[in-house]
Design a protein around this ligand. Structure first.
Ligand code: SF4
Length: 359
C-alpha cells in the first residue's frame, strides 16, 4: 500500500490507493449520500446498542419502525432495565429472533446494576455483556462513543477487501487499524457510518456499482476482474473426445501425450477432427489391449484452464481386456482416488459412469 499521494505522477498506473486519499474520497461521497436513519438523529451508546442488536439479523427498513417504537417506550437504559421482560418481548414482537430481546434486556439490567447505567467504554467489559459480540461492541465504541474503533460488519469487510485487495482475517484487521490511525481525530463515527453506507449502497455484494464509484480507478477488485476477463479472452477453445473405457469394475487410464495434460494420468482423449469416433476407439483397443463391445454418447463436459477452454464429448466404451498394456493401467473405480486426475476427467467419469464412479 502506498503511503504518500505525492508518489503518484500524472499518467502513472495509479496502483493501490493510499489511505489519506481513500478517506478523502469516502468522506466526499458520504457528504452527498449519507443515509438518514433514526439512530443517527441523536447519538448515544444506548441508542447504538439497541439499533445494532436489532440490525444484527434484520434489514434496515424493517428495523426502523421497531426502533422508533422501542425508543419511545424505553428511552434509556434505566427504562429498559426496569421494565418487565414481557413488555420488552411485546415491543419486540414481529421482529423475530427473540433471544436478542432477552439478551438486550439482561444487558441493560447488568449495566444498571454494575455500571450505574453507564454503558462500558472498553471492549473487554462490553463483550462480557449478554448478546454483545465483537461487532456490536466495536459499533458502541466507534459510533456511540466516537472512539477510534472500526466496526467490521459484512459491508465494511467487503469494501476494504475489494478496494485494498485485503484477505479476510489479520490482513483486513490491519487495514482497519491503519484506516483508524490515519483518519482525522474525532471522525470515528463518520468513518464507520460512511463505510457502512458505502457497502450498502454502492459496493454491493452481488453487483457492485463500480461505474461510477470513487475508488474504481484504484480498486483491486476491478483490476483483478479486468485481468480475469483478459485471460478469458486469451483462452483458446479446444474441442476434444474423451473415452471412458470400462471393463467390469475397472476403467482404462493412459499417460496423456497431448498438449493439455502432458505426462499426467487420465482418460484417453483426442481432438475432434470430424472422424467417426469408432475408428479411434478401435485403434485405442489395439494399442492398449482392449476389445470394445459397445459405445455410448454421454454428452459434453467443459472446463477452463489457464490457456484453454475445453469442451469434451464423453464416450463410454464398454468392453473387455485382452492383451498386454503399454503406457496404460486398468484401475478399479474405487481406487481412482489414488490418481491425481485433472478435473475435466473427473467430470467425464461422473457423466460416463454415474453408477460406478464415486468422486
Ligand atoms: S470499484 Fe466496485 S468493487 Fe471497487 S469499491 Fe467501487 S463498487 Fe466496490
Amino acid at each position: 500500500m502506498r503511503s504518500n499521494r505525492e508518489d503518484r505522477s500524472p499518467g502513472e498506473d495509479p496502483g493501490l490507493l493510499n489511505l489519506e486519499e481513500f478517506l478523502e474520497r469516502l468522506f466526499q461521497w458520504f457528504a452527498n449520500n449519507r443515509r438518514d436513519l433514526p439512530w443517527r438523529a441523536e447519538y448515544s451508546p444506548y441508542r447504538v446498542l439497541v439499533a445494532e442488536v436489532m440490525l444484527a439479523q434484520t434489514q434496515v427498513p424493517r428495523v426502523v419502525p421497531y426502533y422508533l417504537r422501542f425508543l419511545e417506550r424505553f428511552p434509556d437504559v434505566f427504562a429498559l432495565a426496569s421494565a418487565p421482560r414481557e413488555e420488552v418481548l411485546l415491543a419486540w414482537e414481529g421482529l423475530g429472533y427473540y433471544r436478542r430481546a432477552h439478551h438486550l434486556h439482561e444487558a441493560a439490567q447488568r449495566i444498571v446494576e454494575h455500571f450505574q447505567g453507564h454503558i462500558p467504554a472498553d471492549i473487554t467489559t462490553l463483550r462480557r455483556l449478554p448478546g454483545i459480540g465483537p461487532y456490536i461492541a466495536s459499533a458502541i465504541l466507534g459510533i456511540g462513543y466516537n472512539l477510534p474503533v472500526l466496526a467490521l460488519d459484512t459491508n465494511v469487510r467487503r469494501v476494504l477487501s475489494r478496494v485494498f485487495g485485503a484477505k479476510e482475517g489479520a490482513n483486513l484487521c490491519e487495514i482497519g487499524n491503519l484506516l483508524v490511525s490515519h483518519m482525522p481525530s474525532g471522525k470515528a463515527r463518520h468513518l464507520n457510518e460512511a463505510l457502512m453506507d458505502f457497502g450498502s449502497l454502492v459496493c454491493l455484494s452481488r453487483k457492485p456499482r463500480c461505474f461510477p464509484c470513487p475508488f474504481q480507478r484504484f480498486c483491486a477488485f476491478v483490476k483483478d476482474a479486468g485481468k480475469e476477463s483478459r485471460i478469458r479472452q486469451r483462452r483458446t477453445l479446444l474441442e476434444i473426445c474423451v473415452a471412458v473405457c470400462c471393463a467390469g469394475e475397472e476403467v482404462l487410464l493412459t499417460k496423456s501425450e497431448g498438449k493439455l495434460f502432458p505426462g499426467l494420468w487420465g482418460l484417453p482423449l483426442r481432438e475432434q477432427d470430424g472422424e467417426d469416433p469408432r475408428v479411434w476407439i478401435d485403434a485405442l483397443g489395439k494399442r492398449y489391449g482392449f476389445s470394445p463391445l459397445a459405445l455410448k454418447e454421454c454428452g459434453v463436459v467443459a472446463h477452463a484452464y489457464t490457456r484453454y477452454r475445453v469442451r469434451a464429448r464423453v464416450l463410454r466404451v464398454s468392453g473387455k481386456r485382452t492383451g498386454t498394456l503399454s503406457g496404460a493401467a486398468w484401475v478399479a473405480f474405487r481406487e481412482l482416488f489414488q490418481y491425481p486426475l485433472p478435473s475435466l476427467f473427473r467430470k467425464a467419469l461422473a457423466l460416463g459412469c454415474p453408477g460406478e464412479y464415486r468422486p
